[in-house]
Ligand binder design. Structure first.
Ligand SMILES: [Zn+2]
Length: 482
């Protein structure tokens, strides 16, 4: 049974309901709940797809999009009902060219499995675009159900089924049949290591997809004033039209961090066709490409700069309404605008927390024990890339042209270096502590050079503050060491 319901306080979009016999694990009932909030999916058409593809505003096209997303979510929950877990490596099965081809996606989908979490499959105007959603079962789904349910001819005991089942299970190294689930996506603590196991991305070249997607979302946000609001509509319509792509932008901008210090992890057993040892390095070139993406789309000033003529219209309506989280508003936020600077800082810090987590630092430090020198990154790379990205404009005084997002990022990173040196979290490798100390020396030096230029008061104050943080940290540690 698929049950459609309208909760006063929506908790989720949809879920599978499964009752199993605790003695055998056999499913004795299965169903799906879909909350009516799923009906709001039409906003993805209105605020993201239509502006991106230059399509008309259309109630009918919105409805059509809602139907498609309900269909896709029902496929996903049906998979859970059949006992399937999430498969977050499913997006790696297809190329960009394939998912941009409607003929391909209508037959094979946009990922290998309905058990992926897929973003809207959206490409810039002027380029081809396949189905927006996963509308069919993928090759992995047929394969997994075959393994779980197909009758094995001649087998009279579970034991006798094993050879046939193991032959199927040995196909992990084929991208169509790969599987990796929730436990491999815990990137925030540094535990997850395989960047291919990423929710909400697409294609077998995730970095290229992220670059295209971020550029497209940025231009949608910058163009909000061209479409929203219509005459007679409240300006809140423009705010919604901005916040929807912004949420996708934030989600996508952190993804490249998962490549840095990564390793490919295989579930193949020894001797499986085309299998390699379970741990394989991510190349240094890919790690550097990922860093550059972070630099451009997350840590730069330009990443968070939008047309003032857009930002000045992003107010909310001064009326009470039932918020999407089920909370009764009017409990307005502190601010009337969209706090871009704060959102930028929060997102940047999230990635820095991940990259400089003790577990991540230790993993990067240990890569040299498994892989040839130069084939993968080092801790020095991490600190040097970050320094070039964060502080490359200090010594020349060019930082004076930067905005508040940039100054905040520079100060946050200086404090992080100080913390790594003065009071490192438990488990921080000593190599990282030494590198942080070296970076503080260089930071103090760069600030001294920058201060030789003629600077406005804010920039001077900023450089002196950065220099003070660096010097205090270096002195504090010297005292402790005695
Ligand atoms: Zn699910």
């Amino acid at each position: 049974m698929v049950r459609w319901f309208d909760a006063s306080q929506p908790q989720y979009g949809a879920e599978a309901l499964i009752v199993t016999d605790p003695r055998t694990g056999e499913e004795i009932n299965a169903g799906i709940n879909i909350d009516s909030v799923m009906g709001l999916q039409g906003r993805t058409y209105r605020y993201v797809i239509a502006p991106a593809r230059n399509l008309p505003d259309s109630e009918a096209l919105e409805q059509e999009y809602v139907k498609q997303s309900l269909y896709a979510v029902t496929l996903h929950e049906s998979g859970h009902d059949l006992g399937l877990q999430h498969n977050f490596i499913g997006s790696m099965a297809y190329s960009a060219k394939q998912v941009q081809d409607r003929t391909f996606t209508s037959k094979y989908g946009i990922v290998s499995s309905v058990m992926e979490y897929t973003p809207v499959n959206l490409w810039p105007r002027g380029t081809p675009n396949g189905d927006y959603n996963q509308m069919v079962l993928g090759p992995y789904d047929y394969y997994a159900v075959k393994w779980g349910y197909e009758y094995v001819p001649g087998a009279t005991t579970p034991e006798a089924e094993k050879p046939a089942l193991n032959a199927l299970a040995s196909r992990w190294s084929d991208p169509m049949y790969r599987f990796a689930s929730d436990e491999d996506t815990d990137f925030e603590t540094g535990h997850a290591i395989d960047p291919r196991v990423q929710t909400d991305d697409l294609t077998d070249n995730p970095l290229a997809w992220e670059r295209t997607t971020l550029a497209m979302l940025h231009s949608i946000m910058n163009g909000v004033a061209n479409r929203f609001p219509k005459n007679g509509e409240p300006y809140e319509e423009a705010r919604r039209a901005f916040e929807r792509p912004l949420a996708l932008y934030v989600r996508t901008s952190v993804m490249p961090a998962h490549v840095i210090g990564g390793e490919y992890l295989s579930r193949a057993a020894a001797g499986d066709p085309h299998s390699k040892p379970p741990l394989q390095p991510v190349s240094r070139a890919d790690e550097y490409a990922a860093w550059q993406l972070l630099q451009t789309w997350l840590f730069s000033d330009a990443a968070w700069r939008f047309a003032p003529a857009v930002l000045d219209r992003l107010a909310y309506s001064e009326v009470s309404w039932l918020g999407t989280n089920g909370t009764w508003i009017y409990n307005p936020g502190d601010r009337h605008d969209v706090p871009i600077v704060e959102i930028a800082s929060r997102t940047q810090e999230r990635v820095m927390d991940e990259l400089f987590a003790p577990l991540t630092l230790t993993r990067i430090d240990d890569l040299s024990t498994k892989y040839a020198a130069g084939s993968t990154m080092t801790l020095s790379d991490l600190f040097d890339w970050t320094r070039n990205g964060m502080y490359g404009d200090l010594a020349s005084g060019a930082v004076a042209k930067a905005g508040v997002v940039r100054r905040n990022a520079q100060m946050h990173f200086a404090k992080r270096l100080a913390q790594l040196w003065v009071s490192p979290s438990d488990g921080t490798p000593t190599d990282a502590q030494s590198l942080a100390r070296l970076q503080l020396e260089m930071l103090a030096h760069d600030c001294a050079l920058g201060l030789l230029h003629s600077l406005d008061e804010q920039t001077r104050a900023h450089l002196e503050a950065l220099q003070a943080v660096a010097k205090q940290a270096l002195e504090a540690r010297a005292t402790i060491a005695r």
